[in-house]
Each structure stands twice: as C-alpha cells, then as structure tokens.
Design a protein around this ligand. Structure first.
Ligand code: 6R9
Length: 661
C-alpha cells in the first residue's frame, strides 16, 4: 500500500528537563504508568482536584457512543471551584489577575475581589431573567469583565458563547441566532494598536437581526460615544450596583458550560459544546501538569484572546481552578513598541509563558535584539499552541526567550478536545524541537493509515484519539448528525467498521523513530505532488530553517505536470534585503534549500516574498485563501480573517511576482 503521508524531515536535537525542575515537578513519570494501568481510575483521581457538591457514581458512561457522560450524577459549580473555594481556604488576598490595559492602565484583582465581581454579575444575570440553561453571547475585549462574565454565567448555569471581539456583524449575528441567546455582554470598545476600537456598533447591528436578545449589557471601557437602544444597560449601573453576595448552586456534571464556534480554517462554523465536570477536571489537571504550576510562587501568562478556546481553558477555567496568579493583557504585541511582551514579562516577573507560533515567528522577524534588552530571568517554562511550531522557531524561543534554561512545551489540542492532549511534561520529557512528543497520561492518541491501522515508527498518517477523554466535546450544538459525520465517521465503529469508536482529529501526523509525535497540519491542506502526499508543515519548516526566513505558508496549486505543485509564500526576517537581484537570488536559494533539506520532491515551484500572511484571530494561517491566490481564483470567505487588507497586498505582489527560474 502507498504511504499515507510522507515523512521527509528528521531532527536529532533533544533537551532533557532541567534537573531541579524535574526533581520538584508536580507530575513525574509514574503518572503515565498509573494512567495506563487504569485510565478511568486515573481520571477519577484527577476529578478529586475539584470540590464536588455531590460525588459521581460512575466515572464514564460510554454506552451510547459517541455521546459520552463523565462523572455521572456528580454535581458541582464551576465558578465556585474557580473562585469561592480559594477564598474559603484563606487565599482571598492572592492576586488572581494582574491586568494590563494597552494604554498602560492596570488593575490588580485578588481572589476575594473576583468573588465579589462574579457574585455581582451573577445577581445581575438573575435580575435580567437569565438562569440555568439559557445562552449568553459575550463579545468583549481582553478586559477582566470578560472572565467575570464567563464565570457569572457558569455560576448561574447559563451557557456562554464567546465571540471574538474582532468578528463582523454577520459572524456575531449568526452565532447569536444559532445558540438562540437571550443576552449579549459587550463593551463600548477596547484599545487596539494605540486607539479605541469600537465594539458596540457591531452589536447594535447584529442585535437588530436577533429577536431572541432581550438585553444588552455594556461595559464602559474606552468612554467613546455609543448609540443607546431600549435593550441596552450599562454594566456600571447594573452589575457594579448589585449585591456582592451570591450563593452558587451546584449543577450536574453534564450541564452545558459553553458553546464555542470554530470554523477552523475552513467551512461553516460549528458550535462546539462543552459541559462542566469532565471539562474542568481535564483543564485543571493539564494546567497543573503541563505548566508545573506552583500557585504560591508562579506568575502565569497566556497571551491568547479570550475568544479562542485557549483563552477559555488556559486563561479562565484551568488557571483559576488551580488558584493561579496570572497576567492578562488587553492589546497587541507591538503597542506602543515591539518590546511590549518582554516589558510585561519583566514587570510582573512572569514565570510561565504560553503563546502561539505565529507570535514567536513574528518576534523572530522583529529581531533578537528586542528581547535581549530585557531581564527574562523570571521565566521557567515556555508553552506553544495553535499550530505546528517549526523547529527553528522552537529553537529561537528556547534560546532568545528561555535563554536555554526553560523547557518548551508544545501543546497539541483543539476546541473540540477542550484541553491539552499531546504535550511534553516539563519535568519528565526530553523534548525535541518541533514535536509535541507524547499523549498526556490518560490520553490515547495514535497515527493511523486510511484503514485505521496504526502506522509504525517513521510513518505518517491521520491523528486519531482511541478512547474518550473527560473534556471531549459532547456534540455540535443542535446538530448531532454533523458531530457524528465530522469526527466519528472516518474510522472504526462510526464508519461501520470495527467495534471501536475512533475520533478523527482532522490533522496529519507522523511518528518519528522513537515514536514521538509530530503534527503536520490539517489533512485538508496536504499536497499531492507527483503521487506523494506532502504536508505543508514540513515544507514550511524547511523554509523557516533558512536564516533569511521568519515565516512561510505553503499550498498545493493545480499543476498540469505534477497534479499539484508547491507554491510558497515567505516573510523574510527583519534585516533581509529583498530588492532586485538580491531578491531573485534569495528566491533561488530558498527553493534549493528546501530541495536539499527534504529532497527534490518537495522543491517549491514558486516562491513569493510577502510582507504578511492571512491569519485567523488565533494566528492560524488561512492556506485556503493563499490557494485561491496561487490558482488565480477570486477569494473565498474572508469573514474570519484577522486583517483583510493582507490579501490585497499579497494578490498585488502575486501579479508582479516572478514565478519560474
Ligand atoms: C487549541 C487550538 C485546533 C487545530 C488543531 C491543529 C492546530 C493546535 C497545535 C496544532 C500542531 C500544535 N494545532 N495546536 N498543530 N501543533 N501544538 O488551537 O484549538 O483553534 O480549535 O485549533 O490547531 O491543526 O487541529 P483550535
């Protein structure tokens, strides 16, 4: 049988955990054995991290696959677990959130203050007729009220649906309509790139198309003028005047917690549904294990937006359930200067940093001298999420940010998985640059061919999850059939073959000679060149390993000779000259560099030097749009693009760009 996905690159560098960190690590190697011996008992032990109002009587009910029930008949309140219990344990004075506004204003919120804020917001929700089972849309900038609003929903049993503050009227209104939300929580605006950026006008237009909305709660952040409608209420005239006492009621472990819409980089948004007990168990456990959080001494900072699943699981629910002290930042990494991140790390003595490859590559492009000007000695663990991290970007992160002292944990997971699934453990795993390494304890991931057979080490194929996990999605909101079709109908019982229900993640992956996992991007992006299935990730990483390259995006464009041919869009590093002959020479060098690194089959037909790439708000490259450009088609759906002007820049360059050498 032909190979499912080619394995072209190899990596020999490896970094064992620092000794002191390993000796004091929260989770040690025995966790893998414990979980392998009895997976459900392992997860039941982790569930004991939480405070349950009523203990469950069955760890997992998998009698109606793929619809899982975890911690059956258990009851808990998620907000109580994230806030109240820390205050009750005498830790009310600990800082929960060091908030840094983009203009430089700050707020420090302790757990005791957070409890007051969440209680006030919960009382307001009740006053507005929002209770258990209702849906609330949250459309806010990165301000503390975003976390407060989410926790208040959780507290009263309402299901939140957070929508990115950058999304359009259409994106917001379709999400409100799909979830049939009663309330929107928004703000006048937020600060982005040095100026107030309005949110309220988008909400006004969306709400006009959404009769289900009864009230709009508006936080005043920027003070800019806003139009005022019948349904609008100021946050400071309601929440901030409400009673500060609120008793949290427990809810069933399978009570819905949130819906989060994901379109990935393709297709109509899917409302991914998460519930409470299993979700909170896994995000709490993984946040403790993967970041080795010491809540008394660590300062944790996840740079994600709250509108991305990473913001849900690793700004709100994971860290707060663990009683962490964290930084939350409102703005962009280049405002007022390109040193903003390092200034924040230095100022708050951040010890755990969790960010995305797109940001790491941007920092690489801006130059090593920027972080070099700061004291980053507080850092002890570095995390990455969102895309495959190219080995060179990983090394840059380790050397220039971690100063070769800090383990880098590359964490693979999805909106659908709820929590981290594949990642090194910083005190256990010897890491390889670019690899997410192994499934966490209690998780069974595998790489299979199209017959669902496990591929041997050295082979590539489809990433699957063989057993249910606590924070798995429960369905697609309102569309069980799509849930079945999208994730369970490719392999195993869901496809009518075999007895096992196998979850299809949609990502390509390979196992190296040691069995470590390397993520190779979405299978929809795999290129078929002269009969070989080549992953975009491997070609992109080969390009990024060239000293002149900061970022690269690769697509397969229809080609009369090879079926598809590789077209690469490349952002040069900050100091690289690209004009005239020098640019032409770079182009030739880059194509040869890829051929030399991966073999002639992977040599790009064409390379475009570009200033930017089209990305989603979570930083994922939208290759679908680049493919449209490479094949001279008009552009598809651009509504989830971070900056739509980027496509004009790229298309303009494409028409004048030279193609063949
Ligand atoms: C958390 C998150 C999920 C998709 C996923 C994969 C890509 C995320 C990754 C990674 C390689 C990693 N992805 N983390 N690829 N290495 N460490 O990103 O959720 O926005 O739903 O995206 O992101 O393709 O399938 P979401």
């Amino acid at each position: 049988m032909s190979e499912t996905l080619a394995n072209l690159s190899s990596e020999s560098r490896q970094f064992p955990p620092p000794e002191a960190l390993a000796a004091a690590a929260n989770v040690k190697a025995d966790a893998y054995e414990e979980a392998a011996a009895d997976r459900l008992a392992f997860w039941a032990t982790q569930a004991d991290r939480l405070d349950w109002a009523k203990k469950w009587d069955q760890t997992l009910d998998w009698s109606n696959p793929p619809f899982a029930k975890w911690f059956v008949n258990g009851e808990l309140n998620v907000a109580y677990n994230c806030v109240d219990r820390h205050v009750e344990a005498g830790r009310g004075d600990r800082v929960a959130i060091h908030w840094e506004g983009e203009p430089g204003d700050t707020r420090t919120i302790t757990y005791a203050e957070l409890l007051k804020l969440v209680s006030q917001a919960a009382n307001t929700l009740t006053d507005l007729g929002v209770g258990a089972g209702d849906r609330v849309a949250i459309y806010l900038p990165m301000i503390p009220e975003a976390a407060v609003a989410m926790l208040a929903c959780a507290r009263v049993g309402a299901t939140h649906s957070v929508v990115f503050g950058g999304f359009s009227v259409q994106a917001l209104s379709t999400r409100i309509q799909d979830a049939d939300a009663k309330l929107v929580i928004t703000a006048d605006g937020g600060y982005r790139r040095g100026k107030p950026s309005a949110l309220k006008p988008t909400v006004d237009e969306a709400v006009a198309q959404c009769p289900s909305i009864e009230n709009v709660l508006v936080v005043r952040r920027t003070g800019q003028d806003v139009a005022w409608n019948d349904k609008d209420k100021w946050w400071h005239e309601t929440v901030e005047q409400a009673g500060t006492e609120h008793k949290a009621q427990p809810f069933d472990a399978e009570h819905p917690l949130f819906i989060l819409y994901t379109s990935g980089t393709t297709g109509k948004p899917k409302g991914i549904l998460h519930t409470t007990g299993g979700y909170l168990t896994q995000v709490s456990y993984t946040h403790n294990a993967v970041f080795d959080l010491k809540p008394e001494s660590d300062v944790y900072w996840c740079t994600a937006d709250i509108g991305w699943v990473t913001g849900h699981s690793y700004i709100v629910y994971g860290p707060l359930s663990n009683g962490a002290t964290q930084v939350m930042y409102e703005g962009t990494p280049d405002t007022p200067g390109r040193d903003r991140f390092w200034q924040i790390v230095d100022k708050y003595k951040v010890s755990i940093l969790y960010t995305a490859p797109t940001l790491i590559r941007t920092m690489m492009k801006w130059g090593d001298d920027i972080p070099a000007g700061y004291d980053l000695s507080s850092l002890r663990i570095l995390g990455s999420v969102g895309e495959p991290i190219n080995p060179e970007a990983w090394m840059w992160y380790r050397e220039n940010i971690g100063r070769e002292r800090c383990p880098v944990v590359d964490t693979w997971w999805q909106t659908e998985t709820g929590g981290i699934m594949i990642s090194p453990l910083p005190g256990v795993t010897a890491t390889k640059p670019g690899s997410a390494m192994t499934p966490l304890p209690g998780i069974t991931a595998d790489v299979v061919d199209d017959q669902a057979q496990s591929v041997p080490n050295g082979g590539g194929g489809f990433l699957v999850l063989r057993d249910p996990w606590p924070s798995m999605l429960r369905t697609i909101w309102g569309d069980d059939q799509r849930f079945l079709d999208t994730y369970w109908s490719r392999f195993g019982a869901g496809a009518g073959s075999g007895d096992d229900w196998i979850y299809f993640a949609g990502d390509g992956s390979k196992k190296d000679e040691d069995g470590a996992l390397w993520l190779l991007g979405r299978v929809d992006d795999v290129m078929l060149v002269s009969g070989h299935n080549i992953s975009t990730t491997e070609v992109e990483s080969a390009l990024v390993s060239h000293p002149s390259v900061a970022e690269a995006a690769v697509v397969g464009a229809t080609d009369p000779t090879t079926g598809q041919a590789i077209v690469a869009f490349v952002i040069p590093r900050g100091n690289v000259e690209t004009e005239g002959d020098i640019g032409e020479q770079l182009n030739v060098d880059l194509r040869n560099h890829v051929a030399k690194t991966l073999g002639p089959i992977a040599k790009p037909r064409q390379i475009m030097l570009v200033p930017e790439l089209p990305k989603t708000r979570s930083g994922k490259i939208m290759r679908r749009l680049l493919k449209d450009v490479a094949e001279n088609r008009s552009l598809g759906d651009v509504t989830t693009l971070q900056d739509s002007a980027v496509m004009d820049l790229i298309s303009a360059g494409m028409q004048t760009g030279k193609s063949e050498d």
